[in-house]
Design a binder for this molecule. Structure first.
Ligand SMILES: C[S@@+](CC[C@H](N)C(=O)[O-])C[C@H]1O[C@@H](n2cnc3c(N)ncnc32)[C@H](O)[C@@H]1O
Length: 213
């Protein structure tokens, strides 16, 4: 028997398979993330106030749904998705979310154009391991730059690729950019199992440096 809640998720599996076949390096997954992984990814979203949350690579909305559930109508939620079909799907599914169809590496411009300067949490579903090294570094810097002093950045990584060289280089870049990077225990209830990096406190805040100069 198929419940109403299960039906879209099954369709999302098919969507992922189709998009993975079409564009494996940008989709970089054969299934949407699970609710368990989503819960770990959105844990830093504050439960009070009006936080600004920016999501990168939202896909079909696994983390979007969890962010919206946590915000309960508060704050602001931007989602930056490269795939136009998925950006459209997200707009239909989450009318409260400001969906931007753009490349996340253009984050600085995306935020500037929308008058967003202080972000509380950046939640990234991006296939960061597939990013070229330079793009990965500048993305980490752009994220660090957008965050408030108490802000947090979450990024997941599949456990089976975690020890490969590209993933280690990305983690080094994250550690070079942020004072604190905490690695979660393995989230087994995900296909495939994954871990979450939670980064806080940018080592060098560009806006501070610019003001000091
Ligand atoms: C591994 S999927 C994750 C999707 C979703 N967050 C989840 O966990 O189910 C990666 C997503 O990032 C998007 N993506 C890849 N490169 C991107 C980029 N440069 N800018 C924005 N989105 C990108 C893909 O289109 C896809 O939706």
């Amino acid at each position: 028997m198929t419940s109403v809640r299960e039906e879209p998720r099954n369709r999302d599996f098919l969507r992922f398979l189709g998009e993975f076949a079409r564009s494996p390096m940008t989709t970089a997954a054969v299934a949407p993330s699970s609710a368990a992984l989503a819960a770990a990814m959105v844990a830093p979203v504050p439960e009070k106030g009006d936080p600004v949350v920016v999501e990168l690579g939202p896909g079909t909305g696994a983390f979007t749904k969890a962010v919206q559930a946590k915000l309960r109508g508060r704050g602001r939620h931007l989602a930056v998705e490269l795939n136009p079909a998925w950006a459209e799907l997200l707009r239909e599914r989450f009318p409260r979310v400001e969906v931007v169809c753009a490349d996340a590496t253009d984050l600085r411009n995306v935020l500037t154009e929308r008058g967003v300067s202080d972000v509380d949490v950046v939640v990234s579903g991006l296939p960061w391991v597939a990013f070229p090294t330079g793009a990965g570094r500048s993305l980490a810097a752009a994220v660090a730059d957008s965050l408030t002093d108490t802000g947090a950045f979450t990024q997941f990584t599949y456990s089976w690729t975690r020890w490969a060289q590209p993933a280690r280089v990305r983690l080094q870049a994250l550690r070079a950019t942020f004072e604190e990077v905490i690695v979660s225990t393995t989230v087994w209830r995900n296909l495939p199992p994954a871990a979450v990096y939670v980064a806080r406190r940018a080592r060098q805040h560009r806006r501070v440096v610019e003001h000091a100069a």
